[in-house]
Design a protein around this ligand. Structure first.
Ligand SMILES: *Cc1c(COP(=O)(O)O)cnc(C)c1O
Length: 398
């Protein structure tokens, strides 16, 4: 059985095309999943609990964690737990994946889109403070590409307003910013991580809520599994009869399986090694792409850490080719580039359901949407592949 993706994997066995992203999985993850299959308990149970405990100790400071089957589910649960509902407004950057805003709609609330800062493409804190109304219930900062948003400054900009901060930390594992390690929730109410296949660690599909708010954690635990007050594993392993439970709310089906959690435990153990590899690739790109007519990503400040989930560059005005031409030419050269993001305000759904999408100007996101593209950066890349990405970009831009 060949399971390793570390040398390109079976899906891309020819080794010619460099995919935009690949999970970094091997025999250890396969053995962990196999152990779960053999155990007779494959849905949420001991592995999920162990994964939550290990994730809490990784973040430190006694933070509570709630494992779920996606970051989208985690964001939904966090907003539900703080009571977001119809009539409420939630401030979201336009420069993000649609999941950040769709969870606001799940609860019948209205996303208010804001522009981003030109250097980081992170939510503009200045714009956020201008968008706060008496209906604002929460803000969802996104640590774009893995560069941490300045959460203490965001909190300060919100002034005394009773506005909660739920971090979309899908790119930020591990990232360190002015609020410490993302997930520590020193200033925010919760942070939600993603273990989707392309993220910095993966469980196939999966996510984790980190919070210091015990009520939020408790509500999310109940709502991730049908609103039942006692999870199945506790029912089947405790002395009280397994059939007895109470439904306290119309909950969701968002629990993480033990098979996924077992994969996650191995990935978490390898997280630093994988992060070091991505960081080395970022350093290589930064050194070898500096002569090109591109704006390279903002480096983290002193003492901060960038997770380098994405390496996003922007073409400069003098660049001879358009963004779309560059992405096409890279594909012809065998390099899978991508675009993060088509900003939300350009999508038809959000033009109707995020009223700010049509009424507000987004000058930074507008121009970045014609300039930005992402090149492959993942721990399973070989040195030869990293070199080839940089060389291809030189050829394309010559
Ligand atoms: C990937 C991603 C999500 C959603 O994560 P899932 O685990 O796939 O639900 C949310 N927000 C951002 C910014 C993402 O990149």
């Amino acid at each position: 059985m060949k399971v390793s993706t570390r040398d390109g994997g079976d899906v891309f066995a020819d080794g010619e095309f460099i995919p935009f992203a690949l999970p970094d999985l091997g025999e250890e993850e396969a053995a962990a999943v196999s152990r779960v299959i053999g155990s007779g308990w494959i849905t949420s149970g001991r592995e999920m609990k162990a994964f939550e405990e290990e994730f809490s100790s990784f973040i430190g400071g006694g933070v509570s964690t709630v494992a779920v089957n996606s970051a989208t589910a985690g964001l939904h649960l966090a907003l539900e737990a703080i009571g977001v509902g119809p009539g409420d407004e939630v401030i979201v950057p336009t420069w993000t994946f649609t999941a950040t805003a769709e969870v606001v709609r799940y609860l019948g609330a209205t996303p208010v889109l804001v522009d981003v800062d030109d250097d980081s493409l992170n939510m503009s804190i200045e714009f956020v403070s201008r968008c706060v109304t008496d209906r604002t219930k929460a803000v969802i900062p996104v640590h774009f590409a893995g560069l941490a948003v300045d959460i203490p400054s965001l909190r300060e900009a919100l002034g005394g307003a009773d506005v909660r901060i739920i971090e979309d930390a899908a790119h930020a594992l591990p990232s360190i910013g002015s609020d410490g390690l993302v997930g520590a929730c020193n200033t925010s109410d919760a942070a939600v991580f993603s273990f989707y296949a392309t993220k910095t660690m993966t469980t196939g599909e999966g996510g984790m809520i980190a919070t210091r708010d015990v009520d939020l954690a408790e509500r999310a635990r109940v709502m991730r599994l049908h609103g039942i007050d006692r999870p199945a594993f506790d029912r089947y392993t405790s002395t009280a009869p397994a059939w007895r439970y109470d439904v306290v709310a119309p909950g969701f089906k968002y629990n993480m399986t033990d098979a996924a959690a077992a994969m996650g435990r191995v990935q978490l153990g390898r997280l630093q090694e994988m992060a070091d590899r991505r960081s080395a690739i970022a350093d290589y790109y930064t050194e070898h792409l500096r002569d090109l007519p591109l704006v390279l990503p903002l480096e983290p400040g002193d003492g901060n850490v960038h997770a380098w989930h994405l390496y996003v560059v922007r073409r400069r005005p003098e660049c001879p080719r358009s963004r779309d031409e560059i992405v096409d030419a890279l594909a012809r050269a065998g390099v899978g580039a991508s675009v993060h993001y088509i900003p939300l305000h350009q999508h038809s759904y959000w033009q109707t359901f995020a009223p700010s999408a049509s009424s507000r100007p987004f000058p930074v996101a507008e121009s970045a949407s014609h300039e930005a593209f992402s090149i492959p950066i993942y721990s399973a890349m070989s040195d030869a592949q990293v070199t080839r990405v940089a060389e291809s970009l030189h050829q394309v831009l010559m």
